[in-house]
Design a protein around this ligand. Structure first.
Ligand SMILES: NC(=O)c1ccc[n+]([C@@H]2O[C@H](COP(=O)([O-])OP(=O)(O)OC[C@H]3O[C@@H](n4cnc5c(N)ncnc54)[C@H](O)[C@@H]3O)[C@@H](O)[C@H]2O)c1
Length: 331
């Protein structure tokens, strides 16, 4: 049994990760979250009073918050981040730099002072930019194309440098695009589902042919749990993709959602392409299989159907998130 600090626990991936750890392992879990606009304590509603979970409101950029959260911790999974590509394009990189780079640095320096058994940094496939080879292995060049991706690449290589320089027990995980329950409606799959459920146009950037390797968040949670548990020597200093090896275009996804919900294709609406767009993303799965003994289990069609069912059954969850967003825009 280990004590695992998962940062960003009120967000999408970490809340699913925490639920997974509590259901499938005996580990103690601590989570620290600054509760930004993307942090939602309702994402943890069903587990918040679990006797193996402790929630701390705190900021990874604050050394005092970090010191408190680190008490008794064996493993850190740093997933707290500013995570929305479009927001980084519209607002610039300031918050992205402080959380995704400086926050990572604060945690890394904290473990120089107070060692842990292992540190897992949740990076992103966005660090690669558009695929130059297919599938993209971990040795693919890093050509981040948005401020979000640039800051993720900064945190990713900073963590690697702390392994090289200080021999710290660091592993970098690069998940490809995640989807599943509790994902903020700003992201494309929940946005399309909600637009289809409410008969609003599904707005597609450019011609909709940009494709991604879509990974169900339960698969991601399982892969990260493996990274917490496999022998350290197997993964120390390694960078590992978490991917399916299959890609789907944004337009294909819109079509599938409309079909599964029995809505007309005329709801699709193409809008201007997003600057800094990545055209194609498909991840190599070999290293994760070799080092984590992990491959994805949930096929996209199945995962999408389950995700649609979740959003259809939880309208109060996403209506509240959308209402909070509206209020934030009007004040
Ligand atoms: N969602 C994806 O498709 C995807 C894919 C690859 C990698 N990632 C990475 O996975 C991680 C989680 O992504 P997500 O989609 O769940 O993000 P999210 O936006 O849903 O959640 C991020 C959480 O971090 C918290 N947070 C933000 N700044 C903080 C700070 N300074 N201190 C403490 N907490 C802070 C927010 O309150 C929120 O709860 C991120 O590192 C992201 O870059 C996500």
């Amino acid at each position: 049994m280990k004590r695992i600090l998962v940062t960003g626990g009120a967000g999408f991936i970490s809340s699913n990760m925490i639920r997974y750890l509590l259901e499938h392992t005996q580990h103690q879990v601590v989570t620290m979250d600054a509760l930004t606009y993307a942090g939602n304590l309702e994402n943890l509603d069903d587990v918040i009073s679990h006797d193996r979970l402790r929630f701390i409101r705190g900021d990874i950029r604050d050394i005092h918050d970090v010191a408190e959260a680190l008490d008794g911790v064996d493993v850190i999974v740093n997933a707290a981040a500013e995570s929305h590509v479009s927001k980084s394009i519209e607002q610039g990189g300031a918050e992205f730099v402080t959380t995704n780079v400086v926050g990572t640095q604060v945690l890394l320096d904290a473990i120089r002072e107070r060692p842990v058994e292992r540190f897992i940094l949740i990076s992103s496939s966005e660090v690669y930019g558009t695929a130059e080879s297919d599938p993209m292995s971990e040795d693919h060049p890093l050509n981040p194309r948005s401020p979000y991706a640039g800051t993720k690449a900064g945190g990713d290589r900073l963590a690697y440098s702390y392994w090289c320089t200080y021999d710290l027990p660091i592993t970098v995980i690069r998940p490809f695009n995640n989807y599943g329950p509790y994902q903020h409606p700003e992201k494309v799959i929940p946005r399309f589902i909600i637009q289809a459920l409410t008969d609003q146009p599904l707005t597609i950037h450019g011609n909709g042919q940009a494709s991604r390797d879509w990974l169900h968040v339960f698969d991601t949670a399982e892969a990260i749990t493996q990274a917490c548990e496999v022998p350290l020597e197997q993964i120390k200093g390694e960078t590992i993709n978490v991917a399916t090896g299959v890609d789907e275009s944004v337009e294909q996804i819109a079509d599938m959602i409309l079909e599964l919900l029995g809505k007309p294709a005329s709801l699709k609406a193409n809008i201007d392409d997003r600057p800094g767009q990545v055209d194609r993303h498909i991840g190599s799965t070999d290293r994760a299989e070799q080092l984590l003994g992990w491959t994805s289990k949930i096929a996209f069609a199945d995962g999408l159907e389950r995700t649609i069912a979740w959003y259809r059954n939880h309208p109060e969850w996403w209506q509240k998130v959308l209402a909070a967003e509206q209020t934030a825009q009007t004040v």
